[in-house]
Write a protein that binds this ligand. Structure first.
Ligand SMILES: Nc1nc2c(ncn2[C@@H]2O[C@H](COP(=O)(O)OP(=O)(O)OP(=O)(O)O)[C@@H](O)[C@H]2O)c(=O)[nH]1
Ligand SMILES: [Zn+2]
Length: 336
């Protein structure tokens, strides 16, 4: 019997995982007989996952089980039918970043809050760019009205003001993810917390199967006190998705109903076998909630269309400045 151990995934490469096992960094692979079989019951591990593995003193360990997650952000993945794409797991806090100027949008904040509560993590509202904000008192009042008890911090990554308010969350062994639209200052904020240039230190050199070096971006950062930050590209996209199809997060009960309608193109206006109508009849769905769903759905479509137009403009501008360079996109993000 091989020795079994528990580990924590700190990085995901193409086929290998970096795992912390009893304080030691090891490489691991998925055990094929468990993960690559038809009807595999294990979730594929991702950064932040706790796993069980078979220790191999001579080479890569073998991951045999993905342990239960205490929190997760996922998204329905259109490429895998009904499948789900896991974005981040096992975080304690979700910092919802919103800037106090261009990005200030209460509807969106509401959506981020709902998504955060549903993820199992605890949201904390972080209002960024306090150094250049105007009408801060008024805005803070508005945020308080929808925050419903969620802590609110106002910070600047440029002057450092307000940062001490985040200390109670950024504790050793706690994990935080950031949620927010492009340009709110996530990179600047992460750099501030790390106290160094992320782009310079965040790169991993990896040998691919043909011996070429590839560079990927590190996605789990450990602050000096041992507190962890997960920063995956998926978390960045999630911000946009929540605004796009916020429905998937806030109204999962209604989504489940809609999937049960007899006709896949049911408009829920009296068709036979409509699960929405049925639920309203049994009283499991109130008319008020249904109306609210319809209303937000309409707004979210409108908002998504507006944002994709804005994004297109920003992209065009930044491509002109520098052919699609990523860091340039970050900078232009702050201009609108
Ligand atoms: N004045 C001021 N500017 C800031 C602050 N934080 C970020 N910025 C600026 O805002 C712009 C966008 O910041 P980023 O950190 O790149 O934003 P981001 O959220 O990482 O953007 P994406 O990478 O597109 O998701 C940059 O020009 C930053 O210099 C702040 O606290 N105060
Ligand atoms: Zn229906």
């Amino acid at each position: 019997m091989k020795e079994r151990m528990k580990g924590f995934i700190t990085a995901v490469h193409r086929e290998r995982y970096e795992v912390k096992v009893n304080g030691e960094d090891l490489y691991a692979r998925l055990k094929a007989g468990i993960y690559f079989i038809d009807q595999c019951e294990e979730e594929f591990p991702t950064i932040g996952d706790n796993v069980e593995l078979e220790y191999n003193p001579l080479g890569d360990c073998l991951i045999i089980k993905t342990l239960e997650r205490k929190s997760a952000f996922s998204r329905k993945d259109p490429d895998v039918g009904m499948g789900e794409q896991i974005i981040a797991v096992n975080f304690d806090y979700v910092f919802i970043l919103m800037s106090l100027n261009y990005d200030f949008n209460l509807k969106r904040l509401e959506r981020y809050l709902t998504a955060s509560w549903q993820s199992g993590g605890q949201p904390v509202i972080v209002l960024t760019k306090a150094d250049i904000a105007e009408e801060t008192e008024e805005k803070l009042e508005l945020v308080k009205q929808i925050a419903m008890g969620t802590d609110i911090c106002m910070v600047s990554a440029v002057t450092g003001e307000g940062m001490e308010q985040l200390k109670p969350y950024l504790e050793p062994d706690k994990t935080t993810v950031f949620l927010g639209s492009s340009g709110v200052g996530k990179s600047t904020f992460t750099n501030y917390l790390l106290g160094r240039e992320l782009m310079k230190t965040g790169e991993i050199r990896e040998d691919d199967s043909k011996g070429h070096h590839t560079t990927t971006h590190r996605q789990l950062f450990v602050l000096d006190n041992g507190s962890r930050i997960i920063d995956t590209p998926g978390m960045r996209e999630l911000g946009m998705w929540i605004v796009d199809d916020g429905m998937d997060f806030s109204f999962s009960d209604i989504n489940d109903l809609i999937m049960q309608c007899r006709f896949s193109n049911c408009t829920h206006n009296g068709e036979p076998g409509c699960a929405v109508a049925q639920a309203m009849e049994d009283g499991t769905l109130t008319e008020k909630r249904w109306k609210n769903y319809r209303k937000i759905q309409k707004e979210s479509k409108f908002q998504a269309a507006k944002e994709s137009r804005q994004q297109a403009v920003v992209r065009k501008k930044s491509n002109k400045k520098k052919q699609g360079h990523f860091s340039k996109m970050n900078e232009t993000g702050g201009e609108w």
